[in-house]
Write a protein that binds this ligand. Sequence first.
Ligand code: HEM
Length: 305
Amino acid sequence: DDPRGLPEQIVDEMNAIFGKHPGFRAVHAKGVVAEGEFTPSARAATVSKAPHLRGAPSKITVRFSDGTGNPEIPDGLAGAGPRGMAVKFHLADGESTDIVANAFNGFAVSNGEDFLAMLRAIAASGKGAPSPTPLEQFLAAHPAAKRVVAAHKPVPASFATEPYFGNNALSFTDAEGKSRFGRYRLIPEAGSKFLDDAEAKAKPPNFLADELRSRLAGGPARFRLAVQLAAPGDKVDDATVVWPDDRPVIELGILSISRVVADSATAQRALAYDPLRLVDGIEASDDPLLELRSAVYAESRRRRR
Ligand code: HEM
């Protein structure tokens, strides 16, 4: 029996894979912080009564990131993904609510125990591990994880030319009290643009943050915030199950990202996102990854501060 709780064991395992980097997140260690404004659509209030989804625009703080725990990872490396996009909406009275999304639609595992087992298998499958490696064995027993690991994940031309997905379902409640399950999508107005392998290899190590700075100097980068609504019978407690494309996708508004903050390195240390920092009108679903993620992010945050 391990005296450590699951969140501690998970962060320990992340540190074992990526190394300990004091002051940095256990994963998504390398990132850039920007700010701008969110303007809700007229339809947003038909989905949720949340305060930022009706009425006036809100200020937002956005952090884009590479996926790994290595703060020096070259952005063009195939293994640097999946990239992340985290959005903090600043509400009245100093409150805030977060969206924490990544560039892959569908997660590898459905619960924390499987996630820890996958991290352990990765840690034990370094160079020279005899085949079948622990990771090969894990993937053979977990088809959803195998699908995610095997999928081609191209490097984007820009943080602003890749869609991002919330993956974990949330419950959205409108002013009449009607609730529906949905998953966030952040869709770049610039479209989806990716690099081929040779282009990605030729990029400087920090090209994604550099590109964002020069892009924003020419005007804001916009994303449509949307929610894909579940149909009756869709699994809402399992992030490995992607809902069919024909489910309605409702636009909630436009994120307009206007500038990278002056001292992004300092800003990202102070910042913390949490998939369960919600607000009235948006509640958790029974997806066990939400509670798990929230506890693991808190553990990572404690260590980096
Ligand atoms: C078992 C599931 C997961 C675990 C244990 C996990 C763990 C973590 C941890 C420890 C951090 C660093 C937190 C901090 O120090 O502030 C983090 C950050 C992040 N995670 Fe996850 N994660 C999980 C699933 C996901 C999923 C499903 C998504 C996307 C939908 C995601 C997107 C992100 C992003 C974008 C960040 C960076 C947030 C920022 O910019 O501060 N993660 N994750």
